[in-house]
Design a protein around this ligand. Structure first.
Ligand code: GLP
Length: 241
């Protein structure tokens, strides 16, 4: 694990965007895994700037998002699909047909999960997967559990996660209780992983992820098993290390 501690959120966003941009320059037809949450927003702003300035192009890039709330469609302004359009896709030159996000409205969830796994395989696998981390150590929506859920699956969200994500909704009752998420094996199958963490509320999860045992009770600890992980965190997120 390569660990980079930077001063603040702005420095984190710039560094992360530079790594993703380098990947795009090295492999313009590559496959990038994307994440939602507030953490990658600054990184996406930087990538949009680089795209506008002609430094990078997404025109041959394929993307796969980690997860989507179950029950929300792409047009729902609380869906991760909508979030990605607003915070990245609408402002860059990526082709619509190359964007992949689990369908939160799928009537057959099992078939949707299998379809998603197959699409990732057909695309040649993910070259670089971007990750945030939940306060409870979740990656994607892989919540603390008794065992690692390997592949894309339907998740019941933890009450902690529902509380943490309620800030994006008008009330906590509106937060979906389930999501479709890539599994831990799906994430670990990416050739490179870039995890971002900002703020003191992530410090405990970061400490356990880096210094703790590999355990499904802290899903991000599984990243210790991967050979090419870069972690960028600001000083607040690194405060317990
Ligand atoms: C959500 C997402 C995760 C994300 C996490 C942290 O639950 N499913 O992929 O990493 O939130 O979000 P934030 O970056 O807003 O702290």
């Amino acid at each position: 694990m390569q660990i980079e501690i930077v001063k603040d959120y702005e420095a984190l966003s710039k560094k992360a965007a530079n790594i993703i941009a380098s990947q795009i320059v090295l492999k313009p037809q590559g496959v990038i895994g994307l994440a939602t949450g507030s953490t990658p927003v600054g990184t996406y702003k930087e990538l949009i700037r680089m795209n506008k300035e002609g430094l990078i192009s997404f025109s041959n890039i394929t993307s796969f998002n980690l997860d989507e709330y179950y029950g929300l469609g792409a047009d729902d302004d609380q869906s991760y699909h909508y979030f990605m359009n607003e915070n990245l896709f609408n402002a860059i030159d990526i082709k619509k047909e190359n964007i992949h996000i689990p369908n939160g409205k799928a009537s057959d969830v099992g078939a949707e999960c299998t379809r998603y796994e197959n699409r990732i395989k057909e695309a040649g696998g993910i070259d670089l997967q971007l990750l945030g981390i939940g306060q409870n150590g979740h990656i994607g929506f892989n919540e603390p559990n008794e065992n690692f859920e390997p592949l894309t699956h339907l998740v019941n969200l933890d009450s902690d996660t529902i509380k943490a994500n309620a800030r994006f909704f008008d009330s906590i009752e509106e937060v979906p209780t389930q999501a479709i998420s890539m599994g831990v094996k799906t994430i670990l199958s990416s050739r490179k992983i870039l995890l971002l963490a900002s703020g003191e509320n992530k410090a405990e999860a970061m400490y356990k992820m880096i210094k703790g045992k590999v355990t499904p009770k802290l899903p991000a600890s599984a990243l210790q098993l991967h050979h090419d992980v870069v972690v960028i965190m600001d000083e607040a997120a690194a405060s317990l290390l």
